[in-house]
Design a protein around this ligand. Sequence first.
Ligand code: DAH
Length: 340
Amino acid sequence: MTKEQLDKILESAKEQLSQCMDLTAAEELRVKFLGKKGELTNILKQMGGLSAEERPVFGQLANKVRTEIENGLSERTAALKAELAERTLQAESLDVTLPGKAQPVGRLHPLTATLNEVKEVFLGMGFDVVDGPEVETDHYCFEALNMPKHHPARDTQDTFYINENVLLRTQTSSVQIRTMEKRKPPIRIISPGRVYRSDAVDATHSPLFHQIEGLVIDKGITLGDLYGTLELLMKKLYGDDCKIRLRPHHFPYTEPSAEVDIMCFNCGGKGCPMCKGEGYVELLGSGMVHPKVLEGCGIDPEIYSGFAFGIGLERITMGRYNINDLRLLYENDMRFLSQF
Ligand code: DAH
């Protein structure tokens, strides 16, 4: 056992450590030099063959070599670990300045948005929102509304019959009867819902569309109440500048009856192609509830009076958003719907 042997081991350890490129290789070097069967350990095993004077000298020397190899190993290991950490950080780096990924958020369909606003206005005036069946009997849809069989007014509302007596309702007016049968005046309700007519699809017709029925019954209700209520609704929907007018009309279940028009936005009432020269655009049907209808529901027309109206939801929605084709409301094309 010589000092040269120890120096050689140290030198070779340093050399191999400097070339060691990863933590596994570093561990292998530790075993190779310092392990139970390692090179330095093997040399130390030979210490027994030394004289009593040589032993402490070599012992010291061997310890020094061991410490140096240990230090070299831990330095190298630390450097390798730092390198590894740096590489991992680089690989996992996150650019917090990149723009985020937008989450698509849904929105209300224009028909739903308009209906919500209409409900809001009427709830504010103390109305209830009530529901009625879409599959209806001839009685509620026509008969009780003063439209007996063979009445010409039925011709404008051809529909889908399930049998002779049961049909898909053509109008939400049926809910007027159902409500008056159930409630005592004062009554203030609106009833939105689907209605059906046997119409071919075009820019202004659909076999399925929506109406909002309104009904008010109390003592002393006049046409002025009808006008004021509808004017308020239209101002909320179309802005304070809008003007409405009542035009005489005929519905079997109201007397007098009126159609409500709104002043054309395009020409301000002068007449233009959009309003077909009229200056006004038709919005809805309305009137004072016919005494025969009240009587039929057990309400005394000598004591009570009331008004009713039926609004086409599609029509007022198309007016608000300037939509010129009804079909766009049902096609669910996101390019169209996401504009609103
Ligand atoms: N039901 C009518 C329609 O579908 C609209 C209507 C007119 C409703 C007059 C009413 C009313 O309540 O009083 O065309």
